[in-house]
Design a protein around this ligand. Structure first.
Ligand SMILES: *Cc1c(COP(=O)(O)O)cnc(C)c1O
Length: 412
């Protein structure tokens, strides 16, 4: 097909920004030094300076100083380093970890691995919009609790947690606090001191930076067990020669992110408003459009259609969207996030997520909604579930007429 593909799956990954590619290129070729050789020659100095600049940029976006930033291979490694790093280091203090029930699979999987080793894991429940139930969280903390880990902005339904409130609870109980900010970083303000954060996960490729680079903020005084041995790199918390081009790219992605949220929010709102207004029997998942929702994500469940078929049909028309999260599309089970907010499994199968990035336009947003409308109508015509519903509805209407009522009183 020669048609241009329209990408509306920016919560899974994003196109690397042109400015980012340009900033990275010299660090593959002329400036190929490593930062740890800065004692010897100018190549090392160049690399060290570039890395220092990126570290300062990332730090300032978290309202902290550069020495708090550890570069990693991405969000998954950062989550593992935060969760396992705390678990192994503080295991003499306690063996209990609380993790959000809607956390990213990398955080949940790290906790599951720890559980097999004897750690106790509690899943923090959320309400029907995806917000952590703070009273329950508070009650779950015991004197054995060493870590609370939550995802700041949820990748599937866009819920933004109140980190300041959760952080306050953790601080009062002397429990370390980790937030996975892979989706929220540079889109939602983060202030590690105000929010009492001890650890923050960042990923490059969710914010128009390269894949395979990320960072973990580690508060001064918070100790971690090292997961990757090999050299005194990154405050001796992560071995391995630094990924200088990736680090430069991440720094650039952060540097050019100012104001992006203000461009993305109207696109998200247009998606949400048009879908809710123009497609019948659709429900928004997560918080309503507003400040408690990621500027990037419009997520829905559409009755009487399968998310998978929607995805396929939209793909044939040149649109990339997602059903739930990228990782769950390969599994046939319902998304853990949609289950956690209390959606019945049958309904969650009709989930679709549209997520915007800096390269999307209003025209693209309009085009995807136009196509989504058509596809939903087509699929519903073919859906046995829908046919059954319509039959039931016809019967119900007949009954109502017999009772002298109008179906309009009942229809929603
Ligand atoms: C993508 C993502 C991750 C994983 O980051 P990678 O850099 O892909 O390893 C972790 N948490 C959240 C919330 C994410 O969206």
């Amino acid at each position: 097909m020669t048609e241009k593909k329209i990408f509306l799956d920016n919560a899974s990954t994003t196109r690397v920004a042109d400015e980012v590619v340009e900033a990275m290129l010299p660090y593959f070729t002329e400036k190929f030094g490593t930062a740890s050789s800065d004692y010897g020659h100018s190549f090392g100095v160049e690399a060290k300076e570039a890395m220092d600049e990126a570290r300062a940029t990332v730090a300032s976006a978290l309202k902290t100083s550069p020495d708090g930033i550890i570069f990693t291979s991405g969000g998954t490694e950062s989550n593992n380093l935060a969760i396992k790093g705390i678990a192994y280091r503080y295991k003499n203090k306690g063996n209990h970890i609380i993790v959000s029930s809607i956390a990213h699979s990398s955080a949940l999987d790290a906790c599951e691995a720890l559980e097999k080793e004897g750690f106790q894991i509690t899943l923090a429940g959320v309400d029907n919009q995806g917000f952590i139930k703070l009273d329950e969280l508070e009650k779950a903390i015991t004197d054995k609790t060493i870590l609370v880990s939550v995802d700041h902005g949820n990748a599937e339904i866009g819920a933004i947690q109140d980190l300041e409130k959760i952080g306050k609870i953790c601080k009062e109980r002397d429990v370390r606090f980790h937030a996975d900010a892979a989706q929220s970083f540079t889109r939602v303000p983060i202030d590690v001191d105000k929010m009492h954060l001890d650890l923050v996960t960042i990923s490059g490729h969710k914010i128009h930076g390269p894949k395979g680079i990320g960072a973990l903020y580690v508060r001064k005084g918070v100790r971690l067990h090292k997961l990757i041995d090999g050299g005194m790199y990154e405050r001796n918390l992560r071995g391995g020669t630094e990924n200088i081009p990736g680090i430069v790219g991440l720094g650039k992605a952060v540097a050019i992110s100012e104001g992006v949220a203000d461009i993305l929010t109207p696109l998200r709102d247009k998606l949400i408003n048009r879908v809710l207004n123009e497609i019948p029997e659709v429900q928004l998942t997560g918080p309503p459009a507003g400040p408690h929702r990621l500027p990037t994500i419009a997520s829905f469940v559409i009755n009487y259609v399968e998310g998978e078929s929607l995805l396929l049909h939209l793909d044939m028309r040149g649109f990339n969207v997602n059903t739930g999260s990228a990782c769950s599309t390969k599994k046939l089970k319902a998304s853990h996030v949609l289950t956690a907010i209390g959606l019945p499994v049958e309904i969650s199968h009709g989930s679709v997520r549209l997520s915007v990035g800096r390269y999307n336009t209003e025209e693209e947003v309009d085009a995807v909604v136009d196509n989504l409308k058509e596809v939903v109508t087509r699929l519903r015509e073919m859906s046995p579930l829908n046919a059954e519903f319509m039959k039931e509805w016809e019967k119900e209407k007949e009954e109502m007429y017999k009772r002298g009522e109008s179906p309009e009183d009942h229809h929603h």
